[in-house]
Design a protein. Structure first.
Length: 376
């Protein structure tokens, strides 16, 4: 049994197909001879041909056959091909093989800062074959700006256009449709936020744990007079901690957000501590007085009647004279009418042991004594 032609099925519809199926079933039930069946089929095919002619005569003038588009002739697997018919306001005006339009964006998403992506359209026929050069595509987008409103495919059946993003986070649906309405494709391109690192913020340094390895308090209270208030100090090491917070800012909205958590930093510094203290030093004991040195230095020659160092006692009038002349012998003797002890010129003078006697003339007699001398 010969299958019905696809074009005949398209024109006669489901009623014809039902009739054919009924004949096929009756063939098996009644086991009609093949010759009889072929005769019936020839008769039916004649009816179909007449119906087709009648249909064409009726529809062609009404649909303005001069506007029909040619049917694509790309071969299918074998035999008759399926077709896609375009129903316009004037009725059936063309039957075309549908085209497939596939869109790919590179990069697939762009920042909403005016970044650009390239969208490539690959146009194939109903069976995936290359349509070649010259197929025009009309481009449209719901957001952003396209580099062209219409492009044509190259020899590889491809064409491309650029899309520049708007400054609104979201995205755009880009559509490429064949100018002859044979096919179209759409692609969603996200418009994402874009972030840039900005200066981090820092906390101040803060002490943690206690000071350590201190030098000790100085001065010691024992070196300060008892009861006296003073300030002690010491140097110590101190550990400190601070935190850095990294941040980034949206290039679209200006929003600033933290990146990760706070990052600690450490340092060790030398600090000086101070405290109030009271002295504990006992009052100083005055040193014992210096021991006196006693000496007698007599006259140098006959012209020097008096001692250079010592006491001279004039017995006639009970007068004491002190002489303490420098070792050079320059100048007169320094006589003082004192009787020890005598404080003079930073020294304390006392009378020491008797050193002898001396006579000067008839009326002057002298007793000579050592001069004892100690610093004040």
């Amino acid at each position: 049994m010969t299958d019905p032609l696809p074009i005949e099925s398209c024109l006669l519809g489901s009623q014809l197909q039902a009739t054919l199926r009924q004949i096929q079933r009756s063939e098996h039930r009644s086991k009609v001879s093949r010759r009889s069946l072929q005769k019936r089929m020839r008769s039916l095919r004649g009816s179909i041909t007449a119906a087709v002619a009648l249909f064409a005569a009726a529809i062609v003038p009404w649909s303005q056959a001069s506007t029909w588009a040619p049917i694509r002739t790309t071969s299918g697997p074998s035999g008759w091909e399926s077709v896609v018919c375009d129903n316009a306001t004037n009725g059936w005006r063309s039957c075309e093989m549908g085209l497939k339009v596939e869109l790919v964006a590179n990069p697939a998403s762009i920042a909403a800062t005016g970044e650009v992506t390239t969208i490539t359209a690959t146009v194939t026929d109903y069976f995936g074959g290359n349509v070649g050069a010259g197929t025009n595509l009309a481009w449209s987008t719901t957001s952003g700006t396209l580099g062209a409103s219409q492009t044509a495919t190259d020899v590889n059946g491809q064409t491309s256009v650029t899309l520049r993003s708007s400054n609104v986070i979201g995205g755009a649906t880009v559509t490429a449709a064949t100018v002859t309405n044979e096919g179209q494709g759409s692609l969603y391109v996200p418009f994402t936020d874009a972030w840039a690192a900005i200066a981090p913020i820092y906390t101040g340094w803060a002490n943690y744990d206690s000071p350590y390895s201190c030098s000790g308090w100085t001065p010691d209270p024992s070196t300060v007079p008892a009861g006296s208030a003073f300030t002690q100090s010491q140097n110590c090491y101190q550990n400190q901690i601070a935190y850095r917070q990294d941040r980034q800012q949206s290039l679209v909205t200006g929003q600033i957000v933290n990146v990760g958590g706070p990052v600690p930093a450490y340092q060790t510094i030398l600090i000086t501590q101070q405290q109030a203290a009271i002295g504990t030093q006992a009052p100083a004991t005055p040193p014992p007085p210096a021991a006196a040195t006693c000496e007698w230095v007599g006259q140098k020659n006959n012209n020097d009647m008096y001692s250079r160092k010592g006491w001279t006692y004039l017995t006639n009038n009970n007068t004491w004279l002190l002489y303490d002349v420098g070792p050079t012998g320059v100048g007169a003797s320094a006589g003082k009418n004192w009787r020890g002890p005598v404080d003079y010129n930073g020294y304390r003078y006392t009378v020491g042991a008797k050193a002898g006697t001396m006579t000067a003339g008839r009326n002057f007699e002298y007793d000579l004594y050592q001069m004892c001398k100690a610093p004040l």
